[in-house]
Design a protein around this ligand. Structure first.
Ligand code: PBE
Length: 284
């Protein structure tokens, strides 16, 4: 009897949970380690959203978004800019009155402790490398349209010789090795490939190491890689900076005016995260 009763309660519990979760709205996310995923969990809590965050990948999110826009369906995704999706589709950020996603973000260059002393020329390049959201987005779009990242980077530098010479300055690598860690987000695939080529044009040998965000911060803090330009600060990667910030060096800002948040197509008629609960049946 006890066994039967327990079985019944478990069964009822599972059924209850299932029907509740099918009523929840869906936010299409990306890789679990991304800062925007942590901030979206915060948003679900702070705005008391009756939504599940579905993890996916950057490419998976983009393909869900493409499918939805092509059929006029409502969709809400974890979004960021610079990103080619804003050139491809009419999209908007939902207002975030509680400021969970922060405001303007900087994308920063981080290095291991001691890198500046070991390789001042390469460190100098990291302090000078700086471009606009539009410039970064142009490389992302070229990659999205089918160019190999290396080719998109090469085309970009050929078209911007003044940036190349400003960034390299008088640095001269003499073949010395620089290891750059990065995460396979579209934005960082673009920027890291450009940086790699800048180093190579200045005479360095570059090794790229692609890892998730958490392992990347750990690798820079332990000195397993020399540097990264995948750091979004101060909000997006705040938890990683709290954990690893004391053991790494911020060499400079490579881009100002980046942004993260919840993104919907323009035809979605709400404008704020506050309103999501009232239309959750449209986001399933
Ligand atoms: N992103 C792109 C990253 C930073 C760069 C917004 C997906 C993140 O959320 O951690």
């Amino acid at each position: 009897m006890i066994v039967l009763l327990t079985g019944f309660i478990l069964f009822a519990g599972c059924t209850g949970e299932k029907s509740e979760s099918t009523q929840k709205g869906k936010i299409i996310g990306i890789e679990p380690g991304a800062g925007i995923m942590q901030k979206t969990e915060d948003a679900i809590r702070d705005y008391d959203l009756d939504y599940n965050l579905v993890s996916s990948s950057s490419a998976g999110m983009a393909s869900e978004l493409t499918k939805a826009v092509n059929s006029g369906k409502w969709i809400v995704v974890t979004g960021w800019s610079p990103h080619w999706k804003f050139a491809r589709f009419d999209l908007k950020y939902l207002d975030d009155p509680k400021g969970v996603y922060g405001g303007d973000e900087d994308i920063c260059a981080l290095t291991r402790v001691g890198f500046e002393e070991d390789n001042p020329g390469a460190y100098g390049i990291l302090t000078r490398f700086n471009w606009s959201p539009e410039e970064m987005a142009s490389v992302m779009l070229a990659i999205e349209e089918g160019k190999e990242p290396e080719v998109a980077a090469e085309d970009y530098l050929n078209a911007h010789p003044e940036q190349l010479s400003a960034w390299t300055g008088s640095a001269s690598g003499d073949g010395s090795l620089v290891t750059i860690g990065y995460v396979l987000w579209d934005s960082e695939i673009a920027s890291t490939n450009v940086l790699k080529l800048v180093f190579e044009r200045a005479g360095y040998t570059v090794k790229l190491v692609a890892v998730d965000a958490g392992p990347l911060y750990q690798a820079v803090s332990k000195g397993d890689v020399d540097c990264t330009i995948s750091a979004w600060l101060p909000v997006t990667h705040s938890t990683y900076m709290e954990k690893y910030g004391d053991d790494l060096v911020i060499a400079g800002t490579i881009l100002s005016g980046a942004k993260i948040g919840l993104v919907v197509p323009d035809y979605v008629t709400i404008s704020s995260i506050d309103e999501l609960n009232s239309v959750k049946e449209k986001f399933q």
